[in-house]
Write a protein that binds this ligand. Structure first.
Ligand code: CMX
Length: 133
């Protein structure tokens, strides 16, 4: 794995949270994007080499809606950039981690992504991501 690409934070109201995090970071998000396949509305803030992604659910079945119902707002996942997502998925599967998707899928911010089940990584929802070139 190369670096922390972003940290995902689940929020109830992305409009209000964009204002809050704009004050916190003293900068505005560089991207707002809806990913219907994941049931999320997102915004991204660039902080040096890493990013913060805010996520609001767009429907009650969304992973973000379930997370907020159960745990409330807060850190939802950590995303790590990888060089070759196919090779990394194969490696982690062989190491015994549970992949939540068998093939990489298209995520926000022009990335191929794969999640690992938090039960197989000490309660942390891990995302692998690779930029689509
Ligand atoms: N971090 C840590 N633990 C989490 C979690 C999270 N983000 N989300 C759920 N869990 C925990 C639950 O609390 C539960 O723990 P307990 O059994 O101790 O109560 C356990 O994981 C399993 O929960 P579950 O009820 O079986 O499964 P859920 O329906 O809550 O789904 C998960 C959990 C991770 C499988 C699902 O959220 C998922 O598939 N996530 C990947 C996709 C995703 O998160 N998409 C949104 C972001 C997209 C983007 O970044 O663009």
């Amino acid at each position: 794995m190369l670096k922390i690409e972003h940290i995902g934070i689940a929020v109830k109201n992305i409009g209000q949270s964009n204002e809050l995090f704009t004050k916190l970071f003293n900068k505005t998000p560089y991207k707002l994007e809806k990913v219907e396949s994941e049931g999320v509305s997102t915004s991204f803030f660039m902080l040096g080499e890493s990013k913060i992604e805010l996520l609001e659910a767009t429907n009650p079945e969304s992973a973000i809606a379930k997370f907020i119902d159960k745990k409330g707002e807060g850190i939802h996942h950590i995303a790590f950039e990888v060089q070759d997502i196919y090779a990394e998925m194969e490696r982690l599967k062989n190491e015994g981690f549970t992949l939540l998707n068998e093939q990489p899928k298209k995520g926000a911010d022009n990335k191929l992504i794969c999640f690992l089940h938090p039960k197989s990584s000490n309660g942390v929802l891990v995302e692998l991501c690779q930029e689509i070139k």
